[in-house]
Design a protein around this ligand. Sequence first.
Ligand code: ZN
Length: 157
Amino acid sequence: MPFTFIVMSQTAIRWHPWRHLRDHHPEVVVSCQHELHATRMGFSRGRRIWLCSTLTQAERRCTLTHELVHVERGPLPEGLVAVRREEAIVNDIATRRLITIEQLVDAFRWHRHGSAEQLAEELWVDVPTFTFRMNALTPIEVAELENRLDGEWTYAC
Ligand SMILES: [Zn+2]
């Protein structure tokens, strides 16, 4: 019998928004059939989520995650400032689900001096999601990246 060694890295534990939808929000209906306005990748209202029909697979993954966080947090607050603050919170939660620090370490191991496009592709997210996550890194997360990558990584935003 041949010996098979399987390496299960942390990357294998990837966030699956469609699975999360099925397991935790079976009442939510997602529609991907309509092309939305150019400024919108998706939106949600009540128990319904719309994803623009022209999104790439990575964009759909990121947008569904974002909209699921909206569903979980409830309706947007009143007022522009409050809406912007809520969107920032939703983006932070969504991008952390999509990109864990373990996955970020792995991505930088493959592309130590990679572009945002290369790293986003490696992480199976869109570039805005990757960029948001990088800009929201805490000092502890930066220190962890620095330590785990032996200082051998650069990222220019
Ligand atoms: Zn939003």
